[in-house]
Design a protein around this ligand. Structure first.
Ligand code: FFI
Ligand code: FAD
Length: 669
């Protein structure tokens, strides 16, 4: 039964590729030196006996999954310090290999709690808290969302009332809906959290602010007096995480526990505001800026699995009596998978842009220049929403393209999906984020009408909408980008005009806004789509790689753009910008691109450079030995530990006996 070596079909795929996948890997990870370092760190984790010995999450119950993920992530945390790894991206590589597909129960401590202290705390607070955080004496999380409010954070109901006599804040949960609900790792793992609460001082409510709260004793880990907390129960994914709830019964904390880098309460209760607004929203902006890369990686893993498997899987003869075809040779299969593959590259490129932009803008904010904050907010909110929507939909396409085996945890895709899809909800629900983008775009449109200068990435709004597309039979990148710009401009103008018309006829601006939120989200989505397409083309054009690699990469980029036009065709043709002939050119180009990408499909997913130990997929194995792997996976199911299960004797036998007795001819009399 055992088979060895690389599956012949997969080996052939790699031979026929027109480019060297290593070149693309080097580009993706920003140079060969960084690739070597990534592989070195991943191998260190993969070879570590603590990680190696751990059982596969899929065969564990929730408590075991939590304990295993905690054990692995704590070991990784310690090893990262021992190895002196400080770069965030290097920590990410190590952790990903240490605990693949296992969400860290100390994840929020690292991704939100520590960064918020670094960015929002005073120097004195940092000196006090950060060393305790690094040694894990303090383990924290970000407690913002409540039972009654997640999106509308100005509506949060937890209060922090200042008592100038004791120089303390009193934290309270005044009603059921004010209970903190959802914060990751709040239930069982953490002993501190950063609480977002309405600040009340001298009888006045100053809106939501951040406070440091110790939730559990640092030795016994028991909840502190006045604090009730626990896990919220099983969820669609994130099984291994203890998202929590918390009720505060007039818990007192010292004045110094308010995060006071920007906003302050003096000893006598005087409230002092900073020069800028919404500075305490910056932790959310950080995570939103990181999510586009993260979700692009989730999708890239699903693509590796589905494309390698589709190269190995043979089903149905194309011509009677002929060989059964690799399912990847079906054009319909290519139409499912290649746009998904192109999307993952598009999002990795958008994520690269976004994170760099975040670093640049926050460096300016640190220096007191808040001018680019609105752009950072709009782009991070928009790309977070657009990328999570596009990628989660594409992951599901990948799963279904694997047929029945895609539904098994052996494929690895269901877990990728359930851990990726909350990205559409957390860190700002996607529709709400799109409406924030729309708010920014409407402002830009008003500025345009006033003749003011626009930021570079919305400059195209100044172009006339009366033009027609330059698209020819040879579908050129320039014409594709212009088509996206035109569609975005038109939808932005349409939404703005609709609002303006309603206001002119007597509606209030708020009413006019609310009656147009659907067209506003169309406009925001078109803006984000345009941004991703343009950024993708620019990054491919600027990429330093040989001609063959660039050609293979460019085909993907074009496919992403062409497929987007076809998917949203109505919006591109509504005002006659593209004519019927041009649409036909684009449709033909889509089919040509599928054929062009076909020989490179496996090399294009190999370039993501995921070792099998991280992918954890029977279908996505590098050697393509999928059937043996599926058989081994089935055999390791705990249900197979006993030949006959106790439940057979407990339930099946008695019912059989009862039914047998009931069906005896005598019994019926
Ligand atoms: C290839 C290798 C690559 C390697 C890559 C390496 C990969 C690295 C991997 C990375 C690891 C990742 C780990 C993931 C794990 C995840 C765990 C799960 C964590 C989940 C945590 C959470 O889930 S935590 C809770 C989040 N919960 C929200 O997200 C609430 C949303 N809700 C709001 O965010 C506000 O409620 C909302 C709507 C803005 C309205 O806020 P509001 O009512 O105050 O404001 P208004 O709408 O009235 O707007 C008034 C004016 O404020 C302006 N403005 C608003 N926000 C602004 C802002 N942020 N910055 C500037 N300006 C802002 C706006 O633009 C207006 O400006 P203007 O007046 O000028 O027009
Ligand atoms: C896995 C996971 C981890 C999380 N981790 C954390 C964490 O660590 N810390 C934390 O504080 N929170 C966390 N959250 C909570 C998360 O941030 C919120 O669930 C999220 O912000 C959405 O808020 P909501 O649940 O109140 O949704 P709602 O706002 O109630 O959304 C429900 C529906 O209403 C619509 N809607 C709401 N407002 C508007 C509007 N203004 N205009 C149009 N439509 C609207 C939405 O589009 C959506 O369709 C987590 C959630 C998940 C799923």
């Amino acid at each position: 039964m055992a088979t060895g070596g690389v599956n012949a079909d997969l080996a052939k795929e790699r031979e026929r590729a027109t480019f060297d996948s290593e070149q693309l890997t080097n580009f993706l990870y920003r140079g060969p030196e960084k690739v070597r370092r990534k592989r070195y760190l991943q191998n260190l984790a993969i070879q570590d006996p603590v990680f190696k010995k751990a059982p596969l999450w899929a065969f564990l119950n929730r408590e075991q999954q939590y304990a295993t993920a905690l054990k692995k992530h704590l070991h990784a945390y310690r090893r990262i310090q021992e190895l002196g790894i400080t770069e965030p991206v290097e920590k990410f590589y190590y952790r990903e290999a240490a605990a693949p597909h296992e969400n860290s129960p100390i994840g929020l401590h690292e991704s939100m709690f520590i960064p918020t202290i670094e960015k929002q705390a005073t120097e004195e607070q940092k000196r006090k808290w950060l060393p305790l955080c690094h040694s894990l004496k303090m383990i924290g999380t970000y407690a913002q969302t409540e039972l009654g409010h997640g999106t509308f954070i100005r509506g949060l109901e937890t209060t922090a009332t200042y008592d100038p006599v004791a120089k303390e804040f009193i934290l309270s949960t005044p009603k059921l809906t004010a209970m903190k609900y959802w914060p990751g790792n709040l239930g069982k793992t953490t002993n501190h959290c950063l609480v977002m609460a309405q600040l009340i001082t001298k009888g006045k409510n100053h809106g939501i602010h951040m406070f440091m709260l110790q939730t559990r004793d640092m030795e016994t880990h028991q909840p502190l007096p006045g604090i009730e907390l626990g896990d919220i129960g099983p969820k669609f994914g994130f099984f291994d995480n203890d998202n929590g709830y918390m009720i505060l019964k007039d818990v007192r904390i010292p004045r110094e526990n308010m995060f006071m880098r920007y906003y302050k309460v003096l000893e006598d209760g005087t409230y002092v505001t900073p020069p800028g607004d919404r500075l305490n929203y910056l932790s959310m902006v950080l995570l939103r800026s990181a999510i586009t890369s993260m979700i692009g990686q989730h999708l890239s893993q699903a693509c590796i699995i589905a494309i390698r498997y589709s190269a190995v899987r043979r089903q149905t003869e194309i011509s009677p009596g002929g060989e059964e075809a690799q399912v990847l040779d079906y054009q319909t299969q290519q139409y499912k998978l290649f746009p998904a593959l192109a999307t993952s590259y598009a999002m990795l490129m958008a994520g690269r842009f976004m994170y760099d932009f975040y670093l640049k803008t926050t460096a300016q904010i640190e220096k007191g220049d808040l001018g680019t904050m609105p752009q950072l907010h709009a782009l991070s909110a928009g790309l977070k929403a657009f990328s999570t929507w596009e990628c989660t939909a594409a992951i599901e396409v990948c799963r279904m393209s694997c047929g029945g085996h895609g539904y098994s945890h052996a494929s690895g895709i269901p877990k990728i999906y359930v851990d990726a899809t909350p990205g559409c909800t957390y860190e700002g629900e996607n529709t709400v984020m799109m409406l924030q983008v729309a708010r920014f775009l409407m402002k830009m449109y008003t500025n345009l009408q006033k003749g003011q200068e626009l930021p570079s990435f919305v400059q195209y709004m100044t172009k006339s909408l009366d033009t027609k597309s330059c698209m020819k039979e040879e579908v050129a990148p320039k014409c594709l980008v212009m088509a996206y710009e035109h569609r975005a401009s038109r939808l932005i103008k349409a939404a703005a005009d609709a609002i303006q018309a309603m206001v002119m006829s007597g509606s209030s601006p708020q009413e006019a806004w609310n009656k147009n939120t659907v067209p506003l989200t169309w406009a925001a989505l078109a803006f984000c789509h345009m941004f991703v397409v343009k950024n993708f083309f620019e990054m491919v054009e600027d990429a330093k790689m040989d001609g063959q690699t660039k050609a293979a990469f460019m085909a993907l980029c074009k496919l992403y753009a062409v497929n987007g036009v076809i998917t949203h065709l109505g919006e591109f043709i509504q005002d006659g910008y593209l004519n019927n002939q041009q649409v036909q050119y684009i449709q033909k180009s889509l089919l040509d691109l599928l054929a062009e990408i076909r020989p490179n499909a496996v090399a294009l997913v190999d370039a993501f450079d995921y070792p099998d130990a991280i992918l954890q997929s029977c279908l996505g194995r590098y050697d393509g030995q999928v059937y043996q792997a599926l058989y081994d996976f089935a055999k390791s199911s705990p249900l197979n530990e006993k030949e006959v299960l106790d439940s057979f004797f407990d339930y099946v036998k008695p019912v059989q006996q009862e039914l047998e007795a009931m069906n005896q001819p005598m019994a019926r009399l």
